[in-house]
Design a protein around this ligand. Structure first.
Ligand SMILES: Cc1cc2nc3c(=O)[nH]c(=O)nc-3n(C[C@H](O)[C@H](O)[C@H](O)COP(=O)(O)O)c2cc1C
Length: 306
């Protein structure tokens, strides 16, 4: 590998490289630990947690699309307490940053989860206000600036010293409005994008493919949307950005970084190739070295718009 410094810092959290795995696409890491040493990752965003266990939505809840997938998993998870006792000790065996991802039905639920997770010792809390697949909470908070700010404020008040990153939805008219609102409420970092609402229909049965009718689109198809939104948010706020949406190669990660991201997450691409995060990291290193950079972090925000 070329001699390039890969380390990046996100809201005071230093990672050995800028590649994180995206929430909901890596479970709690157990399955992927059969493929490679999880210590090679910059960080792990764990599967989205709720206060109580959730079974998720009825199947079918995944459908393929051109260059992507639609999902309506609906936050299936064992609940925050089971994560702390059963999954966190496993993740802690590895030399990588652990980011817990939370969704609540009320601002109070976000607060309770933050308190539990801060006490348990995660490195960062990612506050999901952007899940398109649940009726309560989630997207309702992510599309209204005043609600997004309220959830952020409550999360910060209960997270102690643990940095709070708020995950934004692309399903809005102006994403900078929400970004400014959460920054104003104290967010330490912002992550984006979550999935884009979509729908597929079986023309013979005339039924939607997903049992929930609609779902969230992710994968390579959404990369240009993610790059555009990271670029817009980077100009609107000062807090650091974790960029994601369609990353499957080093060059994709470099686009998000040039647009303004300090680090990147890999999600859907993991389903086709579990080694994608390592390939993205190595691809970034080769690209940065080829451009004569000493460190990959020098890419952040360096796009030259016309
Ligand atoms: C099957 C699946 C489950 C997901 N679950 C969550 C989740 O629990 N919490 C969350 O914040 N985002 C969740 N996401 C969104 C991803 O973390 C990511 O923001 C999105 O998929 C875009 O990145 P990608 O194109 O690399 O997958 C999920 C995505 C997929 C495909």
């Amino acid at each position: 590998m070329p001699d390039v410094n890969l380390s990046v810092t996100l809201a005071g959290m230093t990672m050995k490289n800028p590649v994180v795995v995206a929430s909901g696409t890596f479970g709690f890491g157990r399955e992927y630990s059969q493929f490679f040493d999880l210590s090679e990752l910059g960080g792990i965003c764990a599967k989205g947690l709720t206060l109580l266990p959730r079974e998720g939505n009825p199947a079918p809840r995944i459908a393929e699309t051109p260059m992507g997938i639609l999902n309506s998993v609906g936050l299936q998870n064992p609940g925050v307490d089971a994560f702390i006792t059963e999954e966190l000790p496993f993740l802690r065996q590895y030399d990588t940053k652990v980011i817990a991802n939370i969704s609540g039905n009320t601002p109070e639920e976000y607060g309770i989860m933050c308190e539990k997770l801060a006490g348990a010792g995660v490195d960062m809390i990612e506050v999901n206000i952007s899940c398109p697949n649940v009726k309560a909470g989630g997207l309702a908070y992510g599309t209204r600036p005043e609600l997004a700010a309220e959830v952020t404020h409550v999360a910060k008040a209960h997270a102690g010293q643990v940095p709070v990153m708020v995950k934004l939805s692309p399903n809005v008219t102006d994403i900078t409005e929400i970004a400014r609102a959460v920054e104003g409420a104290g967010a330490d970092a912002i992550s984006l994008i979550n999935t884009i609402r979509g729908m597929r229909i079986d023309v013979n049965t005339r039924r939607p493919i997903l049992k929930m009718n609609t779902g969230g689109l992710s994968g390579p198809a959404v990369l240009p949307v993610a790059v555009r939104m990271v670029w817009e948010v980077a100009q609107a706020v000062k807090v650091p950005i974790l960029g994601m949406g369609g990353v499957s190669r080093g060059e994709d990660a470099a686009q998000l970084m040039l647009a303004g991201a300090s680090a990147v997450a890999v999600g859907t691409a993991l389903f086709a190739d579990p080694y994608t995060p390592l390939k993205v990291r190595d691809g970034l290193a080769v690209l940065a070295a080829g451009q004569g950079l000493a460190a990959v972090r020098e890419l952040t925000g360096k796009v030259l718009p016309w």
